[in-house]
Design a protein around this ligand. Structure first.
Ligand code: PMP
Length: 479
């Protein structure tokens, strides 16, 4: 007797699925509903505050998003540095297209991948000193997890305590979450207990900690803090840190996920001080702004101590999607583009120009702008804290708004830059008075002027009009 293929011999109904073409056509209202129903309703709240939930992007090209209704939005956000090559860089798109046309393979769990090998070689060629061994993954968190693991594998349990910085951001997966300095993100999770925190950029605090506690075997820091509000350590800090780590036999992990890949005018931001860390990590734009690629790069002797023998080789070997074919091709082409188009030189030139002009704006609007900081195209614009200085009537109005908007101009400015000027900027995790500028490294002088003129024009409205315009045009607008 043959068994029926399905219960009661009735084939289950095909689930009602959205097709690719239908997905491309979804309107903002439907996407909002689906986001709330299936992705993250709480996050939608923040998008709504900024009016970002009303935008549906149809295409993206170079420095711009092009919306369904034909608006051309200048991208000074840059996906937190992921869009270094601009949107759909023609050379990177062509390399991917050719790879597809040739029907190359993607998954390479069984054989060696010529694409992963070539990418690893390129990264080793670029990275200074003996930073030669590369682990490929998909995200920054994954690269940083690999970094912590390789260091701990070398140091062993007795020296597994990690020193990290206040206001650090290294990702949200369980391991790196322990060294990401946010009580909100750390929430109620059981964290790695072996860790100690010092103020960022304070070499004396590092020295004291290392002298006092021999169990500290690992130091992990972003070379430039992104989530902390674009904060740099003083010149020479990394040189002193290197010396301290050498003296105490401590491994230094430089997180370059956000600041690396040429953004500061040098490939790695730590090159500013002419030193080499033991381990570093890249992600964000490494996939040519088209694919998800993260990389942990370790000094050869460190890597060999951790995983150099057949017995230890598989402890942290390539995961399923590490080194996918087209992702590696995108990264390889991206790295070539970076040098062929002198994007690092451009980052430095445009960055210097932006910082100079922003400082002029600060002099023009001293009650609104407090400080401009950064290097290359990683710039923080710190606004004055307006919670005390705001006119009384306005304070009253703002008091009724969401907590996120209180005491800070950034939300109003970011929302109005988009609404009235078609310019997109980013915020920071820990300092709500800072707007982050991380545009693609292909930005031209004209793009910088467009941004600067928009900001100047907006700030010239003055605080009262900025807030009331926000209330009128964004907070209460329909759509
Ligand atoms: N490290 C740094 C410095 C970062 O800025 C980020 C992401 N903002 C991460 C790690 C984590 O990267 P991902 O979101 O790709 O996991």
């Amino acid at each position: 007797m043959s068994m029926p293929a399905f219960k009661n011999d009735v084939a289950p109904a095909r689930p009602k699925l959205i097709s690719v073409e239908e997905a491309k056509q979804l309107d903002a209202g439907t996407v909002r509903d689906l986001f709330a129903a299936h992705i993250n309703p709480g996050q939608l709240h923040f998008l709504k505050l900024l009016g970002f939930d009303r935008i549906i992007v149809d295409r993206a090209e170079g420095m711009h998003y092009i919306t369904r209704d034909g608006r051309k939005i200048l991208d000074f956000f840059g996906g937190f540095c992921s869009v270094a090559f601009g949107h759909n860089h023609p050379r990177i798109v062509a390399a991917r297209q050719k790879f597809q046309d040739e029907q190359r393979h993607e998954i390479c769990m069984a054989f060696m991948s010529q694409y992963a090998a070539a990418l690893a070689k390129n990264l080793a060629e670029i990275a200074p000193g003996d930073l030669d061994m590369v682990f490929l993954g998909s995200t920054g968190s994954e690269a940083m997890e690999a970094a912590l693991k390789v260091a701990e594998q070398v140091q062993g349990p007795a020296r597994s305590k990690i020193l990290h910085a206040a206001n650090s951001f290294h990702g949200k997966t369980k391991g790196v979450l322990s060294v990401t300095d946010s009580t909100l993100y750390q929430s109620q999770f059981k964290l790695v207990e072996n860790r100690v925190k010092v103020p960022f950029g304070d070499i004396d605090a590092v020295r004291k900690a290392l002298e006092a506690d021999r169990s500290i075997g690992i130091v992990v820091m972003e070379t430039i803090q992104g989530g902390g509000g674009i904060v740099e350590a003083p010149l020479g800090f990394w040189r002193e840190l290197r010396a301290l780590c050498d003296r105490h036999d401590v491994l230094w992990i430089a997180d370059e996920v956000q600041c690396g890949l040429g953004r500061t005018g040098q490939f790695f931001a730590f090159e500013r001080d002419g030193v080499v860390p033991d381990v570093t990590a890249l992600a964000k734009a490494l996939g040519g702004s088209k694919a998800a690629v993260g990389a942990m790069i370790a000094r050869r002797d460190i890597y060999m101590k951790a995983y150099g023998k057949p017995k230890s080789a598989l402890i942290h070997a390539q995961a399923t999607f590490g080194g996918m074919g087209e992702a590696c091709i995108s990264a390889i082409e991206g790295l070539n583009v970076l040098y062929d188009e002198d994007l690092m030189g451009n980052a430095l030139r445009q960055g210097d120009y932006l910082i100079e002009r922003l400082n002029q704006l600060r002099a023009k609007h001293p009650t609104l702008l407090k400080e401009i900081r950064g290097r290359g195209l990683m710039i923080g614009v710190e606004f004055q804290d307006i919670s005390e200085t705001m006119p009384f009537g306005l304070k009253h109005m703002v008091a009724l708004l969401d907590d996120k908007l209180k005491g800070s101009l950034c939300g109003f400015v970011g929302a109005l830059l988009l609404k009235d000027y078609d310019v997109l900027v980013a915020f920071t995790e820990y300092n709500r008075n800072v707007i982050r500028l991380e545009p693609p490294l292909i930005a031209t002088r004209e793009d910088c002027d467009t941004f600067l003129n928009a900001l100047d024009d907006l700030l010239s409205r003055g605080i009262t009009r900025i807030v009331t315009d926000y209330l009128r045009k964004v907070a209460t607008a329909k759509g």
